[in-house]
Design a protein around this ligand. Structure first.
Ligand code: LLP
Length: 399
């Protein structure tokens, strides 16, 4: 398998040519069979899982299934020893369907305002359960009996690439205030429920490892008062480079931070729940040029993927690298806006991109599309979500 690690963990060396440029021919062959299409390279996913497994201070990793729930990806990550973080009964089902023999305890259920019966389902599945409000402890102690619980605490400050993905701090709906955690622990004790640790997740697309240390602070104070708590889950949120000038996530820096947190809470295990970091760079969206248009001073290039296919640019202004796969590079560039066929002006993949002049039928690859792509797709405007294709070799992808 071609999973050689080109970037030493945590180094600040820029990644060489992205895999989708190196494998242009193979991708064009896939595009020939139909676009739009998401293509996921399992070797890339395994490579990223192995980088994370090298973190010395993270004891357990739970993949955040919300980033991409393709069964082949779930199986590849189970094969790398990861557990699964699920936020709904639907995600629990997807994991169980892909991995029917997955051991109990390798699923973590981290819902927010979910109905009671989903907690019951998680208890039956033998999942760890994160409680992020007092309501379940006050009202549903019977449902939670026998489960291993974590309490989600809001450390008071969030982070992330966009305010919509910042999940801690004032006016966010997630977690217990640190003061409420005391009441939650008392309620659990009274109801004979087993709380084994604390949890927080402050946002997604975080570039600075120090954010995890800041988030851990208020939770460490609670751990110091309650020595029976043995787990500190610091969530996901690791960023991936969006543009050519962005640096890879500083994994070595994160490990140093986790080491300091661990020393502050001896005997406590640190868990993480990465989603994006594992799958984003492993996925590309292939699309075909439909039409081009000059209008006023602007030039538009239309493709057969839209905001229904990949919502991130429209929703968050997210940037994804765009490569032209179908024509050889003559060096000529034209400034163009890359747009989809959806009837909204937010239907953009990139503004003022400098791309080789494109014609109807040309194929483009939208990179870093493996996370929060297909899972957020819709059939808006009667356009179905893109098909998915899995490539990559390596070990058998079973747990
Ligand atoms: N754990 C919890 C409790 C979460 O809510 C999330 C993400 C994760 C872990 C994984 O975060 P990650 O490592 O992937 O950053 N749709 C947005 C991202 C939303 C993230 C929601 N929660 C996007 O496309 O950027």
């Amino acid at each position: 398998m071609e999973a050689v690690d080109p970037v030493p963990s945590g180094s600040r060396v820029q990644e060489p040519v992205p895999w989708w440029r190196r494998r242009r021919r193979e991708l064009l062959e896939i595009a020939r069979k139909g676009t739009p299409a998401y293509v996921y390279d399992l070797d890339q996913i395994r490579l990223h899982a192995r980088r994370l497994r090298r973190l010395r201070h993270a004891r357990r990793l739970f993949y955040a299934v919300k980033a991409n729930a393709h069964p082949a990806i779930l199986r590849a990550l189970a094969g790398e020893g990861l557990g699964f973080e699920c936020v709904s009964a639907g995600e629990l089902e997807l994991v169980r369907a892909a991995l029917p023999r997955l051991a109990r305890g390798r699923i973590l259920f981290t819902p927010n305002f979910a109905p009671r019966d989903e907690y019951a389902q998680a208890v039956r599945a033998g999942a760890w359960i994160t409680i992020d409000g007092l309501h379940p402890l006050e009202q549903w102690s019977g449902t939670l009996a026998g489960a291993d619980l974590l309490l989600r605490v809001d450390p008071g400050r969030g982070a992330g690439h966009h305010r919509a993905v910042t999940t801690a701090g004032p006016r966010t709906k997630f977690g217990l205030e640190p003061e409420q955690a005391e009441r939650a622990l008392a309620l659990a004790r009274r109801a004979n429920l087993r709380v084994l640790g604390l949890h927080c997740h402050v946002g997604s697309g975080i570039t600075d490892p120090l954010v995890w240390e800041q988030a851990a602070g208020p939770l460490l104070e609670i751990l110091a008062r309650h020595r029976r708590l043995r787990v500190l889950d610091l969530g996901g949120g690791l960023s991936v480079p969006a543009g050519e000038s962005d640096l890879p996530f500083d994994l070595a820096g994160l490990d140093r931070v986790l080491g300091r947190v661990r020393r502050a809470a001896p005997g406590v295990e640190i868990w993480l729940e990465p989603g994006r970091f594992l799958v984003a760079e492993a996925g590309v969206l292939l699309a075909r040029v439909t039409q081009t248009k000059a209008k006023g001073a602007e030039h538009y290039t239309g493709i057969d993927a839209g905001m229904n296919t990949l919502l991130r640019p429209a929703l968050y202004g997210a940037q994804h690298p765009v490569d032209v796969l179908s024509c050889s590079d003559s060096g000529i560039r034209r400034r163009t806006h890359l747009v989809g066929p959806i009837c909204e002006s937010a239907d953009f993949f990139g503004c003022s991109l400098m791309l080789a002049p494109l014609r109807e039928g040309d194929v483009v690859a939208i990179g870093c599309a493996g996370a929060y792509g297909r899972v957020m797709a819709s059939s808006y405007n009667g356009r179905e979500p893109a098909r998915e294709v899995v490539i990559g070799s390596g070990r058998p992808d079973v747990a």
